[in-house]
Design a binder for this molecule. Structure first.
Ligand code: AMP
Ligand code: ZN
Length: 120
């Protein structure tokens, strides 16, 4: 838990969000500024600032985040047409919230690039 982190506040229910999934290790909620018809952020309860801060002990947690992505994708009926996961790491990737999160994007054909941003 980091006192100033908005995602920690959402996880701790100090800040409202449209939560679509939660378990003992993972919380997922709708992105406030969606870049696609389905745009969900999947976050670990553990405050990890960026992917570069991952430790060996987090390996299983990273796997769980991806299993949750599949579960959400099925719940939002994205399993037939597919979806994209994005993890922005650091300033060149445009990371603005320093609590590790997967962007789950889908519901329309996404650009065939690895670019980040509103044009994904
Ligand atoms: P990133 O550039 O990967 O750090 O993306 C952070 C994402 O968090 C952006 O897509 C924002 O729209 C989203 N975001 C920021 N604040 C909130 C919030 N309070 N609730 C939901 N999504 C948020
Ligand atoms: Zn946090």
């Amino acid at each position: 838990m980091s006192a100033e982190c908005i995602f920690c506040k959402i996880i701790n229910k100090e800040l409202d969000a449209d939560i679509v999934y939660e378990d003992d290790q993972v919380v997922a909620f709708k992105d406030i500024n969606p870049a696609a018809p389905v745009h969900i952020l999947i976050v670990p309860r553990k405050h990890i600032p960026t992917l570069l801060d991952l430790e060996k002990e987090d390996a299983e947690l990273m796997g769980r985040l991806h299993l949750v992505a599949n579960e959400i994708a099925r719940a939002f009926k994205l399993d037939k047409k597919g979806y994209r996961l994005v993890i922005n790491t650091g300033p060149d990737a445009g990371q603005i919230v320093f609590h590790l999160h997967l962007h789950l994007l889908g519901g329309r054909p996404l650009l065939q690039t690895i670019a980040k941003g509103r044009g994904v």
